[in-house]
Design a protein around this ligand. Structure first.
Ligand code: MOS
Length: 768
């Protein structure tokens, strides 16, 4: 089992990607393809009074213009299982009415022979509006507009234990502050894109999505066609960061337009449109109160978050999610309220909840540490949670103390002078900061199928997808180790909704979910092959016990005697089998309060295998599954210019077993880079007069570039979590962005003595 798993193996799809041969969703040149460009509202609230399409329709090359007046009817998507798909705007199906809820809402689509003609046509549409007074800013909303957020994704949006107010009153030390994070846009490198083709009643979609099954189901239901008549492909995805986790209007408008014109239609959103049409992270206002003894022992924590949602759906940025589990505090309020604004619906974004929430909490902890003159690491050790403080469950595995120790060692924490503004390198102020990282270790039901062929190669099939993180690679490693095959003999097929149902690429769950299923399928298939051999008089393994046989290098043989055995290829060829295969479903869920998953999905044929039994035999409800880590950061601040350079980041992550050291390191590094963006530069700016996004491209919406990069030291504890799955790996997609922003903010405080509590920490805030 330890041959390939864990190794820093290059991506199996790397060559395809760098040679341009990996097809992304906008790159299927279908015959007779037409191009769709959408027209967007230029007001934020009101109605369309008139929409003049004649000029566009008369343009040579324009095939059709579709508005609410001539659109097909759609069906509201119901049902709460995210695996069944989630449309981002429940009450705003595209092109169904004249009602406008936000600037940038799609109000028409122009279909033309070329993209350029469609764009020209879209520019000719004239709209008159009846405007209503919009509301864009949380603070401008009337007080009765605030509503308590309902439960989200199985988690509680309102958590209480003990009496936080009373405990706060009696605390020897108190820290009360408000932290604000701005709106963020995901800005995946690959734009959102959908190509749709009808063949009779059957629909084929090429859609950039984090959920081939969920998007297929959502689009089918909205169009009112049976889900089995829709097949969705998403072979390669250039990042999603949450924005491709929900289905958005363009993915429905492409098949609507294709039906309307009787030709395949492709819609690719422009970079500008990606600031209005595929979600964003809500702004958060986080009021945090900490009450502690002089020794730093927390007795009360309050984390009250207000975030925004749209008028057409609800989404809650659960900034208090980590607060309820991170520290051992007896009295706690972690609450969320939401306000409707005239903006599009927010959605999951790079560790939704935890990323902004750990910024607030971990800066607050740093403030308390300075107030009490306690080392920030020590403050966290004093409040270390040995079990889940809300549920009392034991952690499946937790090695956070070791993360703190190794991180502190690597950055030279003990050698710093903790007094603010005390350290310099030349003219630059030097600062050190740290923070805790944490993210739930989610696992959900997943199926996987593996086939062995007479030439000795195997193929994995799973309807999950690789959003750019390395899923193809790690599943190949897992199957190859499970079957005893070299990497080169295993192929991995993902990104096709017709394959056995796999998980969404959201909530850092694919490695544990699909990885667990692929591992069980590999062991089941190996066992099938061995059973076939030991029952076959012509096999050198005839009459042996299954336990005495092992597999390696494509061969099954008596343990310790590699010469006594045969290859999979020899076995299948002799038996005349075109394939030997297994399809299994591991029906495991680690989510708090989640239903037992896979609802209604039929199970594959090999459920009784010992591999599946061993996996499902663990009582997953007994444990709390979380990953942990610690970030330590060194910054350099120019006191004259107020500019900050992150000089070094040490991150030590406890994420169970590392599946691939290279892709895992890249995951954490990418998340840290997003953390630098959150801390120093990112944030969407809206025009306060009309609610329009001002920063609508990557010139104005700043993200870190190579020149901003620090030295990275990324380490893993690498202790397998035997309860998450027999593979021992928890997901790693999101934890790296938790805590990092606070660590940078804390380092800036140490360097400058300035505590900036609204992100991003731009030079003007440090100079004022
Ligand atoms: Mo992730 S933001 O749950 O796609």
């Amino acid at each position: 089992m330890n041959e390939l798993i864990g190794k820093p193996i290059d991506r199996v799809d790397g060559r395809l990607k760098v040679t341009g041969k990996a097809p992304y969703s906008a790159e299927f040149p279908l015959k007779n393809l037409a191009y769709g460009v959408t027209v967007q509202s230029t007001i934020a609230s009101g109605r369309i009074q008139s929409i003049e399409t004649h000029a566009a329709e008369s343009l040579s090359g324009v095939i059709a213009v579709i508005t609410y007046k001539n659109s097909m009817s759609l069906h509201t998507l119901t049902g709460g299982d995210p695996g069944q798909g989630k449309f981002g705007e429940r009450d705003l199906l595209p092109l169904q009415s004249d009602r406008i809820f936000y600037d940038g809402q799609h109000i028409a689509i122009v279909v033309a022979e070329t993209f350029q003609i469609a764009e020209h046509g879209a520019s000719l549409i004239k709209v008159e509006y009846e405007e209503e007074k919009p509301v864009f800013i949380i603070e401008d909303a009337l007080s009765d507009a605030f509503q308590p957020a309902s439960a989200l994704g199985g988690g509680e949006a309102q958590t209480h234990r003990g009496d936080a107010d009373k405990a706060l009153e009696t605390a020897e030390a108190k820290m009360e502050q408000t932290y604000i994070t701005p709106v963020y846009h995901h800005n995946a490198m690959e734009p959102h894109a959908t190509t749709a083709e009808w063949t009779g009643k059957k629909l084929t979609l090429y859609d950039s999505t984090q959920s081939v099954v969920g998007s297929k189901n959502a689009i089918a239901q909205i169009l009112g066609v049976p889900p089995d008549d829709v097949r969705l492909y998403s072979y390669f995805i250039g990042g999603g960061f949450g924005s491709k986790g929900f289905t958005w209007a363009h993915s429905v408008m492409a098949p609507m337009a294709a039906k309307h014109v009787g030709r395949p239609v492709k819609i690719v959103l422009s970079r500008q449109q990606m600031f209005t049409s595929n979600g964003h992270r809500s702004r958060t206002i986080q009021k945090i109160s900490l009450g502690a003894g002089k020794d730093g022992q927390l007795i009360s924590v309050k984390h009250l978050t207000t975030s925004e949602t749209s008028f057409v759906d609800e989404f809650v940025e659960t900034a208090g999610a980590a607060t309820k589990m991170l520290y051992d505090v007896p009295n706690l309020d972690a609450t969320h309220s939401i306000v409707r604004l005239n903006k599009g619906t927010p959605c999951p974004t790079r560790a939704p909840g935890e990323a902004p929430g750990t910024y607030g909490l971990e800066v607050a902890m740093d403030e308390l540490a300075y107030q009490l003159n306690i080392d920030p690491v020590q403050l966290r050790l004093v409040n270390y949670a040995d079990k889940h403080p809300q549920t009392g469950q034991p952690w499946s595995e937790k090695h956070l103390k070791e993360c703190y120790e190794r991180g502190a060692q690597a950055i030279g924490w003990a050698q710093r002078n903790p007094a603010v503004r005390s350290m310099k390198e030349g003219d630059l102020l030097v600062g050190y900061g740290m923070a805790t990282a944490t993210y739930p270790a989610n696992r959900s039901a997943s199926s996987a199928k593996i086939q062995l062929f007479p030439d000795g190669h195997a193929v994995i099939y799973c309807a999950t997808q690789d959003i750019g993180t390395g899923t193809y690679t790690i599943l190949t490693q897992i199957a190859a180790d499970g079957l005893g095959l070299p990497m080169a003999s295993v192929q991995c097929k993902l990104g096709d909704s017709k394959l056995p149902k796999g998980p969404n690429s959201g909530g850092s769950q694919v490695s544990a979910s699909a990885g667990g299923a692929v591992w069980a399928a590999a062991l089941t298939l190996k066992s099938k092959a061995i059973q076939l051999a030991i029952a076959d008089k012509e096999s050198p393994l005839f009459g042996q016990s299954e336990e005495s046989v092992q597999a390696d290098g494509g061969k099954i043989f008596i343990a310790g005697s590699p010469e006594k055995g045969e290859t999979y290829a020899q076995l299948l060829t002799r038996k005349g089998l075109p394939t030997l295969e297994t399809e299994i479903t591991t029906n495991v869920s680690t989510r708090e309060g989640a239903p037992p998953a896979a609802g209604g999905e039929k199970k594959g044929g090999d459920q009784e295998s010992s591999a599946v039994k061993a996996d499902e035999g663990v009582d997953h409800k007994k444990y709390a599954f979380h990953s942990f880590g610690a970030h330590f950061v060194k910054v350099l601040v120019d006191p004259t210019l107020g500019t900050v350079h992150v000089d070094k980041i040490v991150g030590v992550m406890d994420i169970g077993r590392v599946l691939n050291l290279k892709t895992a390191t890249n995951q954490i590094m990418g998340a840290m880079i997003f953390g630098i963006g959150m801390a120093l530069m990112e944030g969407t700016i809206y025009d306060p007069t009309n609610g329009r996004v001002v920063t609508r491209d990557l010139t104005d919406y700043l993200v870190p570039v190579n020149a901003d990069m620090p030295a990275f030291d990324i380490q893993f504890i690498d202790i397998p979590d035997p309860y998450i799955s027999p593979v021992g790996a928890r997901g790693i997609g999101e934890i790296g962005i938790t805590g990092i922003t606070a660590a940078i903010a804390n380092a800036i405080y140490h360097a400058t003595g300035k505590r900036v509590r609204d992100l991003p920490i731009t030079p003007d805030k440090l100079l004022s």
